[in-house]
Design a protein around this ligand. Structure first.
Ligand code: DMJ
Length: 816
């Protein structure tokens, strides 16, 4: 069956598409002239088998949900039942995605069409029309409800009409899904009543913003507010009611005004009333990701050049400040030369896919290759991993982003490497996530332990992109090139631009600069993905590429154990001298445009020039970066490190401190501030329920809760509710320790309602604390939570006082 929708494009739109086509032809030409292809080609037979395996995966998960969970929002694959808001024990703010509106089914409808299963699609659409309603007294996330529910309903509506026309089926359908999405859109609109026009993060489906719980609402994330336009524009253009598109454009305009005028970067959390930034970290992952995606895709879908111009401004800034070789590291929007985190999150894996769409293939290949190696190293890409690719947060909820990028890279390059990557991702899911009742999220990639959670995006994105990767265009009922994939992989047709909205003319603005866009892809004509990937292949395992004059080795990438790096710094005129005990590995760096090659005597050195003047300059920059890094690391580590201190004797003379990490959402203990109290374990230990069994005894105590099952901040809120004066969250990974792993700060959700200090302890340190608690069974253990630096200062002052006293008692009568 052939199926074509006609698409017409605005001028800028057409230019971009022409460019993409040219790029694809170009890449295809390069591919055909290249003879040395190390990636094994995949036979058509194997590809078809994998496509069918992806289809089976879909049905395994879909039937598990439909038979055991529907009409719930999600399937809980371990307990094999549905997750209902207000019924299933709460996971805190994480549950704001749930609205008791059968989210997994709505999110999955369009995948059924892609699979060619029109019968089940028709059945599912009937169920949704019959069962799903929105008039509930439930607070939901505006962003999630929009991308999963509004997007799911719209895409299913479009495909239902499409099937009526092209598959002679569903003639009974009269636009009911569109009406439902309109109703849901109206229920989200009260969130947009802010002085800036930037929507609140949450809204009550029935009461709008009148819910007393939302009275204090003021913070949202950039991605939350900036991922509305595709769905709302489609909603307006399909229903004829401009209000949705008007509100979404206004939110995008307001966000654009908040960019840092110097760096062109955005922060991650902001105040919707004042427009002030609350968190100024700027990257491409959590909190910001799909804002960039929607700028670009709004241009593709609506043809409005201003979105392309805005995207390009941000894109250039990201490539200048955030991108470090294949890595993407957060900086501060107002101080973009300073890295603000030493870890990356898995959400940024969508970025290479977006780069492919925007035509910047080379960095897309590089970042994807880096992520592939992280995946191979840890089986799945962990939620967060450090710059040296260690696990920072080991959870993996079967996210789609890496597979999404793999799909777009395959479509752009035709390189079978991406089929092999997809195969590995698919087999890994089968081996490590498949359970008898669906697919279960991985709680920690180190242990492989499962979690009772299958997010709706597993069906709507993860498996959908796998199926698409192994499908040929002729296998599909629709021509996907005529659609834009939303951030939740819902399909919106490019023909929507034809249903133009008179409110928005595609005028040229001062932001308009399509040439910038062309400049983002200067070297595409020399590209060949394998050549780009090859030097990165051992990126993680140690042998980094030899730095050439073209690309400087940055201090961030430098590894002293890497021979190529050593040679590169030598060429830059840097001499490394071991200091102190060699086993400590301490090294001092000296830079000169001339390099010391031999010390002939105490006073006489021989010099050679750094390899070139250019490399001498690079050396200078490297040294500056190294200095900044060292300063930043030691200041950050010291200032942020928390202490859980307790006395080792009855008279509280001697104290020891165990190291702990801070949190982003609780008050900082500064200087000589500390919180004191007896330690008490929460019952149940995970502290994810509405209250605690031992809530009555918690008042004035320092509560301990174990990591897992719900967010850090929801544990903190519970601790605060029961009257605890502080909370210690202990790790749930056996053997973890601050001695061997970098300490990190627990993230919150942007709100600042937690007023008690909250610290994190790895398992080994917590084991020491519990050992002391057990030894003192009869007596509660009193501890102080404070800054580690202050603890050290306190101990030092005490030692000095003692020394003075000793000195005073030993002082002879007469000075000699
Ligand atoms: C999805 O809901 C969407 O892809 C969103 O943009 C980011 N988070 C999840 C998948 O990880």
């Amino acid at each position: 069956m052939t199926a074509k929708t006609t698409a017409s494009f605005a001028p800028g739109h057409r230019l971009m598409l022409t460019f993409l086509v040219a790029l694809c032809i170009l890449v295809a030409c390069v591919l055909s002239t290249e003879t040395n292809m190390p990636t094994q080609n995949m036979s058509n037979k194997e590809r078809a088998e994998l496509r069918e395996e992806a289809r089976d995966m879909f049905y395994h998960a879909y039937h598990a949900y439909m038979e055991n969970a529907y009409p719930a929002d999600e399937l809980m694959p371990l307990s094999c039942k549905g997750r209902y808001r207000g019924v299933t024990p709460s996971r805190g703010d994480m549950d704001d995605i749930l609205g008791n509106f059968s989210m997994t089914l709505v999110d999955t409808l369009d995948t059924l069409v892609l699979l060619g299963d029109f019968t089940e699609f028709e059945h599912a659409v009937k169920l949704v029309i019959r069962d799903v309603q929105f008039d509930s007294d439930i607070i939901v996330s505006v962003f999630e409800t929009n991308i999963r529910m509004v997007g799911g309903l719209l895409s299913a509506h479009i495909l239902a009409e499409y099937l009526q026309k092209h598959a002679d089926t569903m003639h009974w359908y009269k636009g009911e899904l569109l009406e439902m999405s309109r109703e849901l859109g109206y229920r989200l609109l009260p969130a947009f009543n802010t002085s800036t026009g930037i929507p609140h993060a949450r809204v009550n489906l029935r009461l709008g913003m009148k819910d007393p719980m939302l009275k204090k609402s003021r913070e949202t994330c950039t991605a939350c507010a900036g991922t509305i336009l595709l769905e709302f524009a489609a909603l307006s253009r399909l229903t004829g009611d401009p209000i949705f598109e008007v509100r979404a454009h206004a939110a995008m305009d307001a966000l654009w005004k908040l960019r840092h005028r110097g760096s062109d970067l955005m922060g991650t959390v902001l105040n919707v009333h004042s427009g002030d930034w609350v968190r100024r970290d700027s990257g491409v992952g959590a909190g910001i990701d799909s804002y960039y995606e929607y700028l670009f895709k709004s241009y593709v879908l609506l043809g409005d050049d201003k979105y392309l111009a805005r995207f390009n401004r941000h894109y250039n800034a990201v490539m200048k400040y955030v991108s470090e070789g294949p890595m993407l590291l957060d900086v501060l929007m107002h101080r973009p030369h300073a890295k603000s985190k030493n870890f990356m999150d898995s959400l940024l894996a969508f970025w290479p896919g977006l780069q492919v769409l925007s035509g910047d293939l080379k960095p897309a290949v590089q970042t994807h290759e880096m992520l592939y190696q992280v995946m191979q190293m840890h089986t799945f890409i962990p939620e967060a991993f450090t710059v040296d690719f260690q696990i920072h947060w080991g959870q993996h909820p079967l996210r789609p982003e890496f597979i999404e990028s793999t799909y777009f890279l395959y479509r752009a390059t035709g390189d079978h490497h991406y089929l092999q990557v997809g195969k590995r991702a698919l087999k890994t899911l089968q081996q490590h996530a498949k359970v008898s009742c669906g697919y279960a999220a991985v709680n920690d990639v180190r242990t492989g332990k499962h979690e009772d959670r299958m997010d709706s995006f597993v069906l709507s994105e993860t498996i959908k992109y796998l199926f698409l990767l192994f499908s040929d265009p002729q296998d599909l009922i629709i021509n996907v090139d005529e659609f834009v994939f939303t951030t939740e992989a819902h399909l919106l047709p490019l023909s929507i631009a034809q249903l133009g909205n008179a409110t928005f003319s595609f005028r040229q603005s001062d932001e308009h600069n399509v040439l910038d866009f062309m400049r983002t892809c200067p070297s595409s004509n020399k590209l060949f993905p394998e050549k780009v990937r090859k030097p990165l292949r051992n990126f993680i395992t140690g042998s980094c590429p030899r730095t050439t004059a073209g690309k400087r080795l940055s201090a961030l990438d430098f590894q002293a154990s890497n021979a190529d790096h050593l040679r590169a710094v030598y060429d830059m005129g840097i001499t490394m001298v071991s200091v102190g005990d060699r086993s400590q590995g301490k090294v001092r760096l000296f830079h000169s445009f001339y390099n010391i090659i031999k010390q002939y005597s105490r006073y006489f050195f021989a010099f050679i020039q750094a390899k070139s003047h250019e490399e001498g300059e690079m050396g200078l920059q490297f040294m500056q970066e190294m200095l900044e890094l060292t300063k930043m690391q030691s200041i950050n580590q010291l200032a942020q490190l928390q202490a859980v201190a307790y006395a080792t004797d009855e008279k509280a003379q001697d104290w020891v401190a165990l190291m702990a990490g801070p949190s982003h959402f609780s008050p900082e203990l500064i200087g000589d501030q500390f919180v004191e109290g007896d330690v008490m374990l929460a019952q149940p230990l995970r502290a994810c329920d509405e209250t605690l069994e031992n809530a009555a005894e918690a008042k004035g105590k320092i509560l301990v809760a174990e990591r897992g099952d719900c967010t850090f901040v929801s544990k903190a809120r519970l601790a605060q509710k029961v009257g605890a004066v502080a909370l210690i969250v202990c790790d749930n990974v056996p053997g973890s320790s601050g001695e061997t792993q970098p300490m990190f700060a627990m993230s919150g959700d942007g709100k600042d309602d937690v007023l008690i200090p909250v610290v994190f302890m790895y398992s080994v340190e917590f084991g020491k604390l519990t050992a002391v608690m057990q030894r003192r069974k009869q007596q509660p253990l009193g501890v102080r939570v404070m800054q580690m630096v202050e603890f050290k200062r306190w101990q030092l002052a005490k030692a000095q006082r003692q020394n003075q006293t000793v000195a005073a008692t030993q002082k002879p009568d007469k000075e000699l």
